[in-house]
Design a protein around this ligand. Structure first.
Ligand code: CP
Length: 321
């Protein structure tokens, strides 16, 4: 299965489906190349590393950052894109074309396919259908979002120069948050991380997943009120409650906006150095008044790093780095 194929420091032609495929060495390799990509993009240097390459972006679910940054990453490196947003309406999917057939078609036009889909497991299904090109999971329902986790890990590493020995608070929709699921897998690769999961009971991590992390030796504590947030956490990773994953609006209304970060909230519960992250979009769980706080990185560093990490990943997967 593509999601269990380890990278072993050789990214060329590999599917990227899950953080389970990465080792700390793979992440270090990716970061080394990301530093170079950052230089290219920041200094407006032109690069033709991916000249002659085309990737397909096919997003069955809406996106601003992931779609935009993959597209920009490819162009930064001289490559091109075939872009299909909402294939349910704007491709032959609307006439009943199967996922497998769609993948077979676009692998004929491109060197890699980046796919987002509302159903868990679809990126893996796409990887099984593809014969010639790698598949990159850009978010599969409540499953995983590996490239978001990689950019988050890079952002954490830039600040702390380490990925272990960190205290991290995840807040919001732990059950449905695919970015959390991937980032937890990433943090579990490193020693002495302490994880606090702040959520209403209804939005807790799947117990099976929780026990897997605990068995691996990751320290995880489930908490329900802001008063239980540890003092001076290194990172707060806030998330939106994912309305689109709920069976009824009533269920969503019961749990939405339980933990809202305001200036006062930060003052009371965060440390002076706590880095405030969010994969975005946000829908009220972080007030705009917090955006100018220097601990907030969700609209600045995280966004830029998203493009740099995807430049590096594409360069490696397409065998050009
Ligand atoms: N973080 C993230 O996945 O954002 P988009 O849904 O806008 O891609």
């Amino acid at each position: 299965m593509a999601d269990s194929i380890k990278l072993n420091n050789d990214f060329k032609g590999k599917d990227i489906i899950s953080l389970n495929q990465f080792s700390p060495e793979d992440i270090t390799t990716l970061f080394t190349h990301t530093n170079l990509m950052k230089n290219i993009a920041k200094n407006a240097q032109s690069s033709d590393i991916l000249k002659g390459n085309i990737i397909t972006l096919i997003f069955y679910e809406s996106s601003s950052r992931t779609f935009g940054s993959f597209s920009a990453a490819m162009k930064q490196l001289g490559g091109q894109t075939v872009e299909i947003q909402n294939p349910q309406e704007f491709s032959s999917v609307s006439k009943g074309e199967t996922l497998e057939d769609t993948i077979r078609v676009f692998e004929a036009y491109s060197d890699a396919i980046v796919i987002r889909h509302p159903q868990i497991g679809t990126a893996l299904k796409a990887a099984d259908a593809a014969s010639f090109v790698p598949i990159i999971n850009a978010g599969d329902g409540i499953g995983e979002h590996p490239t978001q986790a990689l950019l988050d890990l890079y952002t954490i590493y830039e600040k702390y120069q380490r990925l272990g020995n960190l205290t991290v608070v995840f807040a919001g929709d732990i059950l449905n948050g695919r970015t959390i699921h991937s980032l937890l897998k990433g943090l579990s690769l490193y020693k002495n991380n302490k994880i606090y999961l702040l959520s209403p009971k209804e939005l807790r991590l799947d117990p099976h997943e929780l026990s897997k992390f605990i068995k691996q030796g990751l320290y995880i504590m489930e908490i329900e009120t802001e008063k239980e947030i540890p003092k001076n956490a290194d990172i707060w990773y806030w998330t939106r409650v994912q309305k689109e994953r709920f069976a009824s609006l009533k269920d969503y209304d019961k749990v939405k906006n339980r933990y809202i970060v305001t200036k006062d909230f930060l003052k009371k519960y965060a440390g002076k150095e706590t880095m405030l992250m969010h994969p975005l979009p946000r829908v009220g769980e972080i007030h705009r008044e917090v955006d100018t706080d220097e601990r907030a990185v969700y609209l600045s560093t995280e966004i830029r790093n998203g493009m740099y990490i995807r430049m590096a990943l594409l360069g490696l997967i397409l065998g050009k780095l």
